[in-house]
Design a binder for this molecule. Sequence first.
Ligand SMILES: Cc1cc2nc3c(=O)[nH]c(=O)nc-3n(C[C@H](O)[C@H](O)[C@H](O)COP(=O)(O)OP(=O)(O)OC[C@H]3O[C@@H](n4cnc5c(N)ncnc54)[C@H](O)[C@@H]3O)c2cc1C
Length: 477
Amino acid sequence: MPRPPSAAALADLQAVVGAAGCLTDAAAVAPFLADHRRLYRGATPLVLLPKNTGEASRLLAICHRELCAVVPHGGNTGYCGGATPDSSGTQIVLALQRMQRIRSIDRMNLSLIAEAGCTLSAVQEAAQQADRLFPLSLGSEGTAQIGGVLSTNAGGTAVLRYGMARDLVFGLEAVLADGRVLSVLKALRKDNTGYDIKSLLIGAEGTLGIITAANLKLFPQPQDAATALAGVDSPAAALALLQRLRDATGDMLTGFELMPRFAVEITALQIAGVANPLALSAAWFVLVELAGPGEDLNLRTRLEATLAAAHEAEVITDATVAMSMTQAEAMWKLRESIPEAQTRRGASLKHDVSVPVSLVPELIQRGGELIARLAPLGDMIAYGHMGDGNLHFNASLKVGAAVAEFRRCAPVLEQAMFDLVESLGGSISAEHGIGQLKAAEFARRADPVEIALMHALKRTLDPRGILNPGKVLLSGP
Ligand SMILES: Cc1cc2nc3c(=O)[nH]c(=O)nc-3n(C[C@H](O)[C@H](O)[C@H](O)COP(=O)(O)OP(=O)(O)OC[C@H]3O[C@@H](n4cnc5c(N)ncnc54)[C@H](O)[C@@H]3O)c2cc1C
C-alpha cells in the first residue's frame, strides 16, 4: 500500500528533475488538481515534469522504493477523473507535458515516433507536413496528449475507418512501476513474438505503467473528401442510410455522426461559426464524411448520388452537401460543439455507452423512455458516433428546472441506463474509460474472471500498487 512521501523522498524526487521540472507553488499546482468536468478535486505535495524518459525512470524508481503513489497526467481532458489525485494530499502528480518531441517520421513505412507529451494536434500536423495522415481526431485534440489519448484508448470521429487509438500503435516506450523502461518501439506490421504487452498498457489509464513515447501508424493523406448533413425522421432511418453508404462506398466512409434536432438547435443558437441545417425538416441529422487517397474518386459526386437515391427511397428527408472546405469545417464544428453548447445550457447527466450498431435505434427508443420516466426535468440529447454504435446518451436540464432535483435523479438513471445497455450486449464505457468515475460500477458489472485477471496483471506489473491507485480497479484482490 502506498504511504505519504517523507520529506527525504520529496527531496530525492526534486533532485532528479531540478527546479524547472517541479511545481509546488499553490497557483502553479492548481490546474493539476481538478478534472476537466470539475467532478473531482484532489491535492498533491508535488507536480513532477520529467523532460525525458531517463528522468521519468529515475522518478518511478524512487516512488517504488518509497511507496509513493503516482498519478500520471496528460492534457487533463479525460472525462472520468483518471488524471486527478485523491484528496489525501499524498499522491504525486507526474505530468508529461515537457516531453513533446517528434522523434522521427518514416514516410515509406508510414510511421512516426512521438513523445507522450505531444498534443494530438501536434502529431496530426507533423504527419501532415510529411504528406501523411494520423487519423485519430477528437474535439479535445488541441490539448489532449498522446500519452493520455493512448492511456484512455480514445476513439473519436474516424473510428469507423481507422479504428480506436490501440489500432493506431506499432510500438510503445513506457516506464514501469519500478522504474524499468519497456522499449518496444519497433514499427512492424507483422510481429508474432509472444504476448502483446504494449496493448495492455494502452487503455490502462496509467495503472500499469507511464507511457513516454509511441510509434504511431500513419496513412496516405486523403486527396479527396466529401461531407454532408442529411436529415432523417428516425434513428432507424439513419441506420438504413449507414447501410446504403457502406454498400456504396466501402471503407471510404470515415465519419457517420448522429445528432438529434434539439442538440443542433441549442448548438446553432449558442455557438458561432457552426453549420445550421435547421432549414431541413428533420427530427435527426447525420453528419457523413467520405475520404479516399485518389484525386479522381469524385467523392462528392458519389456522395450526392447515394444521398439522392436515399432520398428517392424516402430514407432521408433532405440533405446538404458541403461545396467547400469551409462549409465542411462548419459541419464538423456543429458536431464538435455539442458538448460546449450543452455545458452553456446548464447541467447534464452523461453516459458514454455503446451497443451493436444494429441496436442503436432500440437504445435510443428505450433510453429516451428512461429519461422521460426517471429524469423528467431533462431533455434527451443522444448523439455521437453512430457508425461505431457509440452514443453520448445525455439528459440536459430543461430551462428553469431545479438543478438539485435533476441531479438527484442521476444514480437511478445511470443504473437503469447501464442495465439497458447490458441487456443489449453493450458497454458502459465506450471510449472515455473508467477512471474513478466508473470504477465501482465496473467492479460490480464486469465478468468476475476478467476482473480477477486484471487484478493479477496489476499485481505483476505494479506489485506495490503505486500507479494511479483507485482508478480503473478498486483496491483489493
Ligand atoms: C471536448 C472533448 C471532446 C472529447 N472527445 C472525445 C472523443 O471523441 N473520443 C474519445 O475517446 N474521447 C474524447 N474525449 C475524452 C478523451 O478521453 C480525452 O480527450 C483524451 O483521450 C485524454 O487525453 P489527455 O492527455 O487529456 O489525458 P488526461 O485526461 O490527462 O488523462 C487521462 C488518463 O490517462 C492517464 N495518462 C495520461 N497520460 C499518461 C501517460 N503518459 N502514461 C500513462 N497514463 C497516462 C491519466 O492518469 C488518466 O488516467 C473528449 C474530451 C473533451 C474535453
